[in-house]
Design a protein around this ligand. Structure first.
Ligand code: XMP
Length: 516
């Protein structure tokens, strides 16, 4: 395991929508964190030797039948525990406190007053803005506990056990709406758990290079480059580890953005001198997509074709035994459905785990412990161009799922040109990095317009821009009106075949980020 030598904090997930956020906040403080099921046993925890444990929030109530529970022996391990929201209620209840529904749900920003000194609130002001989201709370606190803070509606907003290293906060320190939350988590890690902070991207690279060399020996690795940041960073890392024992395959499916294929080739073939096999498969994909309008069928056809071509090409690389993938940590965390029910397929990509096992390769996944922001840091350290490292995520099926309806060469051309303008203008406005994903969508509708003295009947482009940290939920990004104005103007004037631009103001859920 890559992280075996690092200090570690375990996050027991009770179905919280913020579990990944907690993990990232811990890592931002240079401490490795791992999300595990709340069903993990005390014995299993002990084996991994964590410096601290966080009990996450969750949608259940601790007093209902079948509420998610954890092994009560955990408390006896003498490992510091921080319970957040549901995690606080659970820990407190296990230690003798009573939890009850509140008469008024507390949701959103509120002020929390610290009324007792503790390591958890070290260096913080007495009044703190915090984010609450709860319908239950601790109402009776046994004498073994000390109250640390309160809010107008919550008498025990933070508590500490007097003898055991258990701390609880009813609010969410992991969200940005709790501005001092980072410091609270830092205090837990450094003041309470005694962490030193040895999780640094530079040492991760060093360790990872050794692991890759050990796994691969003098074997040959094949890597599929997509143009996205994950496969690019995985490629750069593996190349640094094993040099010319790496061969890359880049399949140009004709569904990429403006000049994307050229940029990838330039970066890896010219700058990194990697053995890169570029496959021009534009016609193959377009032929398969002919007449197709159903989003899921498009995805399946593209995915299937990709695998076929990859198999054909990989066979030509003699001696290849390993397959590199840019799998990230969020892809490998065991997901816990918040309400206990089976998960449903919203879009098929969520259930696709890369290339099939039948290819017979052993997997090399050097990023499987990392979040995207950590991958970007590594990309920067490895000297990948800023443009590539900070590129917004792009779906595997590419522009095919941003062209609503049939994908044709002509419609691809329209979308590519419009998308290029959107990206250019948000870069110019200096907001590219603050948007998680931004793109143009081509709609299957024509509307009437007037250009010069002529009536036009042409396409509509929609602009989609979202803010999100995990892509599971997202808010629409407020692009300033003047920037939207410039984008609209430029698209209508410069992209032949478009006479109307609209802006998507839907959140996820209930909408999704992509339109198909
Ligand atoms: P949705 O549309 O499900 O998107 O809200 C969430 C994130 O996933 C990306 N996405 C895909 N990525 N293959 C991929 O590799 C796909 O079929 C696919 N569909 C959506 C989307 O761009 C967003 O970042």
């Amino acid at each position: 395991m890559i992280e075996e030598n690092n200090e570690k904090v375990l996050i027991l997930d009770f179905g919280s929508q913020y579990a990944q956020l907690i993990a990232r906040r811990v890592r931002e403080n240079n401490v490795f964190s791992e999300i595990v099921s709340h069903k993990i046993t005390a014995e299993q925890i002990q084996k991994t030797n964590p410096k601290g444990i966080v009990l996450s929030g969750g949608p259940a109530s601790v007093y209902v039948k079948n509420a998610p529970w954890c092994d009560e022996e955990i408390i006896k391990l003498r490992i510091p525990i921080l319970g957040i929201c549901y995690g606080m209620q659970l820990g407190c209840q296990m230690l003798g406190a009573a939890v009850k529904p509140t008469s008024t749900r507390e949701y959103g920003r509120t002020v929390c007053t610290v009324n007792n000194e503790s390591k958890l609130f070290k260096s913080l002001a007495r009044d703190l803005a915090v984010w609450m989201s709860h319908g239950d709370q601790v109402v009776e606190l046994p004498t073994e506990f000390e109250s640390l803070a309160f809010t107008r509606n919550c008498p025990y907003a933070a508590v500490k056990h007097k003898k055991k290293a258990f701390y609880g906060v009813q609010f969410h320190p992991e969200v940005t709406h709790t501005p001092q939350g980072g410091q609270i988590i830092r205090n837990f890690l450094y003041e309470i758990c005694g962490c030193k902070g040895d999780w640094k991207m530079h040492s991760y690279i060093e360790k990872s290079l050794g692991d890759i060399r050990k796994q691969v020996g003098d074997g040959r690795v094949v890597c599929g480059l997509s143009g996205g940041v994950d496969s690019a960073v995985a490629t750069a890392l593996i190349h640094k580890a094993i040099g010319n024992h790496l061969s890359c395959i880049f399949i140009d499916n004709g569904l990429l953005r403006n000049y994307e294929a050229e940029e990838v080739i330039k970066t890896f073939k010219d700058n990194f001198t990697i053995d890169l096999h570029v496959i021009n498969a534009q016609n193959r994909f377009l032929d398969k997509l002919k007449g197709m309008t159903d989003p899921e069928r498009k995805r399946k056809v593209i995915g299937h074709e990709f695998i076929e071509i990859f198999k054909e090409e990989a066979k030509k690389i003699s001696g290849a035994r390993f397959l590199a993938q840019g799998t990230l940590y969020p892809d490998v965390i065991e997901s816990i459905p918040a309400h206990g029910g089976p998960t449903v397929t919203i879009k098929s990509h969520h259930n696709v785990g890369g290339l099939p096992a039948e290819l017979g390769f052993e997997l090399v996944e050097p990023l499987r412990f990392l979040f995207k922001d950590e991958v970007r840091k590594i990309g920067e350290e490895l000297g990948l161009p800023e443009e590539l490292v900070w590129r917004h995520p792009f779906p595997g099926p590419g522009l095919a799922i941003r062209i609503i309806g049939e994908v044709t060469t002509q419609r691809l051309e329209i979308l590519r040109n419009a998308d290029k303008i959107v990206i250019e203008e948000i870069r110019k406005a200096g907001i590219y990095r603050s948007i998680a994903q931004c793109f143009a969508v081509l709609l299957p509708l024509s509307t009437v317009g007037v250009m010069g003295d002529e009536r036009s009947y042409e396409n509509i482009i929609a602009i989609r821009a979202v803010e999100t940290t995990d892509f599971m939920t997202a808010d629409w990004y407020r692009i300033p009106h003047d920037v939207l104005g410039i984008i609209s103007n430029r698209i209508i004037n410069e992209v032949k075949g478009v006479n109307r631009v609209v802006y998507d103001i839907s959140t996820k859920p209930p909408s999704t980020i992509e339109w198909e």
